[in-house]
Design a binder for this molecule. Structure first.
Ligand code: NAP
Ligand code: F7E
Length: 339
């Protein structure tokens, strides 16, 4: 029998890769789509699957649209990926973030209880919940200390998922995913901001890349690997929570250096803190500059995840390493900027 999946956030980075994975496995894929813009399906088109994903109008703040989406799709698996997902914006729009990223999760869980309590549920939780880290390597047992309105909202989503599993026996799992990137990453996130800017600078369409905290460290993986972990969690008989990470951490500065080298720049740093500049020795021009406007009111300095539970219980491990991820993203943006 064909399996039916409903994905919220289907137009986002992970929604696109997860749709592709499920279509390849023979699923009928339905996506909840909040029609706010005119061209929202760019990522699905880029993967060549826009005409295979069945879109259902709905919004995460509207419980009735979620119930209707569950009824229309006849979904037996629900992947809740929709969110206001940009940490920076969460300080400017904390209430919207609380609603879209936080309390919408209980709406989806209620929709499942009402429309189909047998449906399996995946919640897109995040390493941002660890925030000011309480252990040097973070696992499912590490206490949380979120540092942004986004992290706080996600923590609500995480615990309400755990609570509905414990209260009502729903097959609900929460994936605590560390940063994952790809050529389809939104341009506001630092990795894609870097690769796109470097490609544009190389082709004379931009002069400088302005960044905030270069010393911040992240455990960066590839989104294609991480959506596979989501699917594996949902297939497991036992609903549980899992950390998904690579177990390695890198600074923003290292990401810039590797991407620049890959693009053919000869980058050298001068100055410190807010006076830091990256100069291309091929041309003598300053191409990277720190702008404190991109600093955050409260920073998450470092994240490193321990994915051993996902490895042992699901058999999951990442296939794309950091170097390959950087080159994949840099190459994609070089191709896009030329074409
Ligand atoms: P993304 O690219 O920003 O996608 C977010 C999606 O949510 C978009 O499709 C967006 O639709 C949709 N959305 C926003 N507000 C909505 C609303 N009110 N109603 C319905 N849909 C709405 O995020 P992502 O990187 O794919 O991440 C997927 C999920 O994983 C998110 O929940 C994110 O918070 C979480 N997460 C991400 C990472 C990561 O490193 N990528 C790590 C841990 C957790 P529009 O395109 O129309 O705005
Ligand atoms: O920032 C620093 C910034 O915005 C990474 C989301 O997917 O992952 C993501 O959240 C780091 C931070 O991602 C700039 O201060 C420096 O320390 O790429 P980001 P994020 O905040 O880690 C988690 C796991 C999620 O769940 C989120 O949804 O880079 N940084 N300079 C900068 N960041 C940005 N965006 N722009 C800069 O110019």
């Amino acid at each position: 029998m064909t399996k039916h999946a409903l994905i919220t956030g289907v137009t986002g980075q992970d929604g696109a890769y997860l749709s592709q994975l499920l279509l390849n496995k023979g699923y009928e894929v339905y996506g909840l789509i909040a029609r706010r813009g005119t061209d929202t399906q760019g990522r699905l088109r880029e993967l060549g699957i826009a005409d295979q994903v069945r879109l259902i109008d709905g919004d995460l703040i509207d419980l009735s649209s979620m119930i209707r989406a569950l009824e229309k799709s006849k979904a037996t698996e629900v992947y809740n990926l929709g969110a206001q997902s940009f940490v920076g914006t969460s300080w400017d729009q904390p209430l919207l973030t609380a609603e879209v990223t936080g309390t919408s999760v209980v709406k989806m869980l209620e929709a499942i209880r009402i429309a189909n309590p047998e449906a399996r549920f995946y919640q897109a939780s995040t390493s941002e919940m660890f925030g000011q880290i309480q252990e040097s390597i973070q696992s499912e047992r590490t206490p949380f200390h979120p540092r942004s309105p986004y992290g706080v909202a996600k923590l609500y989503g995480h615990w309400i998922t755990v609570n509905y599993r414990e209260s009502f026996g729903l097959h609900a799992s929460s994936g605590i995913l560390f940063n994952h990137e790809s050529p389809l990453r939104g341009t506001e996130f630092v990795t894609r901001k870097i690769t796109l800017a470097l490609a544009r600078i190389l082709h004379g369409q931009q002069t400088i890349l302005e960044l905030g905290n270069l010393d911040s460290k992240r455990d960066w993986g590839f989104a294609g690997d991480y959506v596979r972990a989501m699917w594996m969690m949902v297939q497991n008989d036992q609903p549980e929570d899992y950390v998904v990470a690579t177990g390695q951490t890198w600074t923003v500065r290292t990401f810039v250096e590797m991407a620049a080298t890959h693009a053919g720049f000869k980058l050298e740093w001068e100055g410190e803190n807010e006076n830091t500049q990256g100069i291309d020795r091929n041309t003598g021009k300053v191409i990277v500059k720190v702008n404190p406007a991109f600093y955050r009111p409260a920073e998450v300095d470092i994240l490193i995840g321990d994915p051993s539970k996902a490895n042992q219980k699901l058999g999951w491990k990442p296939e794309v390493d950091f170097e390959r991820l950087v080159s994949m993203m840099m190459e994609a943006d070089l191709r896009r900027v030329i074409s």
